[in-house]
Write a protein that binds this ligand. Structure first.
Ligand code: ADP
Length: 316
């Protein structure tokens, strides 16, 4: 089986129990939860039984142990997670507003994550990888961008593949070097996985079909557009495959896109047809939004099969 790796942040997430605005007064919080988009992605791939690992860094603290043990127990290769001797594990405080928007306070850039790079252990992991998944949220430091460039070069050189989920928060676009880093990722991408209108950050075209055509003409093999509660679409040279979302109650949307992405990439690497892969990825996303906590709704293949069977859909 092909081995997937990703490079980027591991954090703990601590979330407000009640909706409301900001953190200016004392509120009840729950957590810490294992989190970070790349960590959620790799946890989900591991739970599906795909060989996988992450290049990252945590502090020498309980938040780091919580994350590393979680990923290890779920089957991910944690050998390239460095332990920073002084800086703390990254953290994110989140509070949902009534309208579904979120307030965040992040401590990532100056956390242990600042040390993420191609250590000898990371180089060894890259050596064993067949596929690199790039997440836009991870491109916040020169060290990570350089590590992703080098891993991309090495994996492409041995015939491996790259997927890319821009996963971009608006304020990140203005970071120095961010647009160049996103452009470099796109240039090397085989499978591109934007959310909704995110695709237009990467194209001249302003209409979806034309935007997809533009990307395919630039050498991207396939594009998957995530559409939240509307499901997802897959496009390649032969056209579009549409898959509606499953009807579930949305408890917490954090992690849905990362879980969906991991399921789709896993199915794609296993050579599954796009329509089937979309069903499995939609089921994975639907299960993720049904559970509170960023990584708490990741699924095993048995759980996905049971979810599908309960809807009279045969499994994989
Ligand atoms: P991102 O977080 O990357 O923007 P989405 O919000 O589009 O990603 O969610 C990814 C996938 O998760 C969707 O394509 C869909 O399959 C599933 N999903 C997300 N929200 C819901 C929902 N409310 N109901 C059912 N499935 C959902």
């Amino acid at each position: 089986m092909k081995k997937i790796i990703t490079i980027g942040e591991i954090v703990v997430e601590i979330m407000a129990v009640e909706t409301g605005n900001g953190f200016l007064s004392a509120i009840s919080l729950i957590g810490p939860f294992a989190s970070g988009a790349p960590a959620i992605f790799i946890d989900q791939a591991a739970k599906l039984g795909q060989p996988c690992g992450i290049v990252s860094a945590v502090g020498n603290d309980d938040f780091g142990v919580l994350n590393v043990e979680r990923l290890r127990n779920d089957g991910a290769d944690v050998s390239a997670i460095a332990v920073h001797p002084t800086a703390a594990t990254g953290s994110a405080f989140v509070r949902y507003r009534q309208d579904g928007n979120r307030d965040f306070i992040f401590n990532i850039k100056h956390s242990a994550c600042s040390a993420i790079g191609l250590t000898p252990q990371a180089e060894a992991l890259v050596e064993t990888a067949d596929h690199l998944h790039i997440m836009g949220s991870a491109l916040f430091s020169d060290g990570i961008v350089a590590a992703i460039h080098e891993a991309t070069r090495r994996i492409k050189a041995k015939g491996g593949t790259i997927s890319f989920d821009p996963n971009i928060r608006k304020e990140m676009l203005e970071l120095p070097g961010m647009r160049e880093a996103l452009g470099h990722a796109l240039e090397n991408t085989d499978l591109f996985m934007p959310s909704g209108a995110e695709i237009f950050l990467f194209t001249q075209a302003t209409e979806e079909k034309a935007a997809v055509a533009e990307l395919l003409a630039r050498g991207i093999k396939a594009v998957v557009i995530k559409r939240g509660a509307e499901g997802a679409s897959y496009f390649d040279a032969s056209g579009e495959t549409i898959a509606p979302a499953f009807k579930v109650e949305e408890v917490d949307p954090t992690g849905a896109g990362d879980s969906f992405g991991a399921a789709f990439v896993t199915c794609w690497l296993r050579g599954m047809a796009a329509d089937k892969a979309l069903v499995i990825a939609n089921a994975t996303g639907a299960r993720a939004v049904g559970v509170k906590g960023p990584m708490e709704g990741t699924s095993s293949m048995a759980e996905i099969e049971a979810f599908l069977a309960a809807r009279n859909l045969s499994g994989v």
